[in-house]
Design a protein around this ligand. Sequence first.
Ligand code: SAM
Length: 281
Amino acid sequence: MMQYLETLHGPYGQYFAVERELYRDKTDYQDLVIFENKIFGKVLALDGAIQTTTRDNHPYHEMLLHVPLLAHGDAKQVLIIGGGDGGSLREAVKHPLERAVMVEIDSEVIDLSKRYLPELSDGAFDNPKAEVVIADGCRYVAETTDRFDVIVVDSTDPIGPGKVLFTSEFYRDCKRCLNPGGILVTQHGVPLLQADELTDGYRKLSALFDDVTFYLTVVPTYTGGAMTLGWATDEPRHRKVPLGKLEERFAGLGIETHYYSPAVHQGAFALPPDVQRLLTK
Ligand code: SAM
């Protein structure tokens, strides 16, 4: 049986037994592979890095979207940068928004995810709130006059087309696109293996926003332990929403989740000392 070897972390990686390869090609931007594995179901990989699987995507997409949206409590306009598989859009449209705009650079990731991984978006691309823009996210935030309450960066790692989504210029433009009290959430990989990425993100974000921290989630196929999501806002109250208030807002959605709960939301901001020490200016 064929094996897929992830190459993201150089001297350490993971393999998947490939039950069936569904697609393999080079898009205009990256190498794309979709295959089936007995444990993780359908798996999407870009440029040698696992992006998402049908089995373990929930701790990622639910925490990326529900944490800022429920902390904000009144978000109407949401911007997702990247996220071509549609998992983030799927969670976004569960909220009472007016608009969820997704800006993805690679239209083939969207088309192939819709075709081979429809469970990921679960119809979200056809939701009336959803608006898809095919563009470089960095360029989009530099040029748009639209404003958003929450911006979520569902990016690849800082290699290939995703590299620009980890720059100070990009974060500065995201801030410009936020309404007052808006929240920016970013993804910074696994601190055990990508410590520099976390420190770099903290330095850049804390130069721009009043309240910057990271929160944790655990996605088994992002190997190396818990991963960090960046949190940046000028409104410190969003981080201190009481549990009862989060529970009330969550109950108002009337949805079932796999990983997110208001208690998990609050606990996710508790960082182990080794992670806390990486947040240095
Ligand atoms: N969170 C996942 C991970 O860490 O493995 C990433 C999932 S999602 C598939 C990432 C998406 O970001 C990809 O579809 C990729 O095409 C898109 N992307 C990369 N660079 C981008 C850019 N500059 N602008 C917009 N989208 C970009």
